[in-house]
Design a protein around this ligand. Structure first.
Ligand code: FEO
Length: 392
């Protein structure tokens, strides 16, 4: 069995199909891979490690490629512990291991893992000569931590990109995109981007400029497949997401305590469908997976939000969605909203205020229902849906 991606570059990462929440937050229905790579020249560099729980598998994978030959360098592109928490174990395994990172990386290694000595500091444009293979380092700060950098191997036209161009979803046997069914990863890539990297659109755009200036033939990220055939599609997807460009489509996201606001959501979605609007995705925010909702907020250009008034404010699951959106600075959205109240109206106004704060385009006035849903609200729901459909 070979794990060689291209001459002298080997995949030694692992799959995690047991962790249920990435960063203790985001669901992993299809698992996730922690990718690490060996670059073998006259000297050997390991690019990144894996989560500590999988350290013994990383070691076994390295030994399968190298036998008793040692690893000379560990290049740390990114310090989040899903990649860095095996560093101390690697150092114990290879006591002469030189750790390569930028100033911020090395400071974090000392802070997280209490390691000292045997470190090589690199900066923008710095190189590591492995003898027959070279690594050139470029900084991509805030994709999505401040120390993030990439390593470029010009001999193989291969970019080790850290989290950039990564995706949720474990590797089902194949490593390189030609060996897999890439279509199963696109939604997971959007979900990964929205949840993990979504706040950092400007830094991702700067990173993309650097990547596009290189004659890249292989992208080795820290999560998901190695990209070769699909590089164009991966770069386009990251480009679009980091520009917050939504594709045509509507997300209807609502909260509902006793089903009245929910009936408004259902009615609006039916009216949209009858008007020919596609696609429409409807989420009850008390039950929907937040990462899936966030994924579709990033993916589609129009958002319709509904909320009951609760304690004089928004229903908490709705407020949580808005917090996630605000934290990621999602701009360029078209918006409509609806709300309900019993004795004191607040939700519809607060939703409108949020849209204004985000500088979103309001497609129509809010629909605000007092107390229970009934036929008297059909026309208002249709009017809202008509405004959205007219914008298509
Ligand atoms: Fe996959 Fe930001 O760590």
């Amino acid at each position: 069995m070979t794990t060689e991606i291209c001459a002298g570059i080997h995949y030694v990462g692992v799959n995690d199909r047991t962790t249920t929440r990435f960063e203790a937050l985001w669901s992993l229905p299809a698992g996730v891979s922690y990718n690490a790579y060996l670059v073998v020249g006259e000297r050997v560099a390991l690019i990144d490690t894996v989560a500590e729980a999988f350290g013994s598998r990383l070691e076994a994978n390295i030994r399968e490629v190298l036998g008793d030959r040692k690893v000379d360098y560990l290049v740390v592109d990114h310090m989040e512990p899903d990649h860095s928490s095996s560093i101390a174990a690697l150092r114990r395994l290879y006591p002469d291991l030189q750790i390569v990172g930028n100033a911020k990386t090395l400071q974090m290694i000392r802070g997280f893992y209490k390691l000292e000595g045997g470190m090589i500091e690199v900066a923008e444009g710095g190189t590591l000569d492995l003898g027959g293979k070279t690594l050139v380092f470029q900084m991509i700060p805030m994709v999505h931590w401040p120390e993030t950098m990439v390593a470029w191997c010009p001999e193989q036209r291969t970019l080790f990109s850290g989290d950039a161009f990564g995706t949720f979803g474990a590797l089902d046997g194949g490593i390189v995109d030609a060996q897999i069914e890439p279509d199963r990863y696109w939604d997971e890539m959007r979900r990964y981007y929205a949840c993990i990297v979504g706040k950092y659109g400007v830094p991702v755009q700067k990173a993309l400029q650097k990547v596009r200036a290189l004659p890249v033939e292989t992208i080795c990220s820290t999560h998901g497949p190695v990209w070769q055939r699909e590089i164009g599609r991966v770069l386009d997807l990251y480009d679009r997401l980091s520009r917050y460009e939504g594709e045509p489509g509507v997300v209807v996201a609502y909260g509902s305590m006793y089903g009245n606001t929910e009936q408004m959501a259902e009615r609006i979605a039916r009216e949209l469908a009858e008007s020919g609007v596609r696609p429409v995705r409807v989420y009850n925010l008390s039950y929907a997976d937040p990462s899936v909702v966030l994924r579709d907020v990033f993916r589609f250009d129009t958002l319709i939000v509904g909320s009951p008034t609760y304690n004089g404010g928004l229903f908490p699951p709705v407020a949580e969605l808005l917090d996630r959106i605000a934290a990621r600075g999602v701009c360029k959205r078209k918006f409509a909203c609806f709300g309900s109240f019993n004795w004191c109206s607040a939700a519809a106004r607060l939703l409108g205020d949020f849209a204004q704060k985000m500088k979103w385009t309001l497609l129509c006035d809010p629909v605000e229902m007092c107390q229970g849903f009934g036929p008297e609200w059909f026309a208002a729901c249709r009017k809202l849906a008509d405004s959205v459909a007219a914008d298509r």
